[in-house]
Design a protein around this ligand. Structure first.
Ligand code: SF4
Length: 301
């Protein structure tokens, strides 16, 4: 963050820490204090009178949509965390009207490592389009869940081998907002030219009920939608209603098509990334597992 501040001329930075990660606050506070004592934060960093920069930690309340940069800025300002209209973009008018950049930890880390080790080191890994390595957070039905650093271009198949999940039925690439990829397409690769992702990967084992997975994601988006715009607020509810029809064996293939189109519409016209991606999991599960989710016999008590 200090390097970024030097590059753009910022005087203040904030670490936005979700309340779920409260346990990290003490460690972060100690690290910031150590850097101040070493002259790497605060007034006249490393003796340079033209460079002062400091970092504060601000706690978020645990809202998914606050991962969207304008909602995050609203929350930082003490307002309800809701996405703003863009333009203006935060780089022009951000935190309390100041030009602001919002980046994740991995980006700052990569930038610092490239400066320390040189671009050639970074370019040793990855593909022509996706350079370097990527952190993946792997969870679900696998023997070795955890955080993995792998080169861009790694196939889903190789990733599953690494984490002990070669019998997986499907994987969700990109978390709740991402897409579901079925076993037949495990040759696909993780990178900007194929499956771009923030790094969250959820593995589904052979016995997984994919409609239950879709229902779980749908409930999540209904809960997390801020409700500002209709496609997201209503669209997620309509998809959830469709999932209930599927569970009861009362959804026709024609109506399933309509629901998939609704997901497409949400992607086109929702205001922020949450609504634009809220239908992704359902759309991709419905397309890849049509036979599994259509024509169900309702469960009797
Ligand atoms: S897409 Fe959803 S989360 Fe985003 S602004 Fe609209 S209602 Fe809020």
């Amino acid at each position: 963050m200090t390097i970024a501040a030097r590059a753009i001329g910022a005087g203040q930075g904030y670490i936005y820490l979700r309340i779920e990660y409260l346990y990290l606050k003490e460690t972060l506070t100690e690290a910031i204090t150590r850097r101040r004592e070493s002259g790497l934060l605060g007034e006249s960093i490393l003796g340079k009178e033209d460079f002062s920069f400091d970092i504060d930690i601000r706690m978020g309340a645990g809202s998914y949509v606050c991962g969207e940069e304008t909602a995050l800025i609203q929350s930082l300002e003490g307002e309800r965390g809701e996405p703003r209209n863009r333009p203006p973009f935060p780089v022009d008018t951000g935190f309390f009207g100041h030009p602001t950049i919002v980046n994740n930890v991995e980006t700052f880390l990569d930038a610092a490592l490239i400066i320390a080790r040189g671009p050639e080191w970074f370019l040793e890994h990855g593909t022509d389009t996706s350079k370097g390595t990527k952190l993946f957070s792997i969870s679900g039905d696998c023997e070795r869940p955890g955080i993995y650093e792998l080169p861009y271009g790694t196939s889903i198949h190789d990733l599953l081998k690494e984490v002990g999940a070669e019998d997986a039925k499907a994987v969700q690439i990109g978390g709740a907002a991402g897409r579901c990829v079925a076993r037949e397409r495990f040759d696909r690769s993780l990178g900007f030219e194929d499956l771009s992702t923030g790094g969250s990967i959820i593995v589904f084992g052979p016995e997984t009920d994919m409609l239950a997975v879709a229902r779980n994601f749908s409930d999540f988006f209904i809960e997390e939608s801020c409700g500002q715009c209709t496609p997201c607020r209503i669209g997620n509810v309509k998809i959830r209603e469709g999932i209930t029809l599927l569970e009861e064996g009362r959804c026709s293939s024609a109506y399933l098509e309509e629901l998939i189109k609704l997901g497409d519409t949400m992607r086109l016209v929702s205001k922020c990334g949450l609504g634009q991606t809220g239908g992704n999991a359902f759309r991709t599960i419905a397309k890849a597992f049509t036979d599994e989710i259509l024509g169900r016999v309702p469960k009797s008590d």
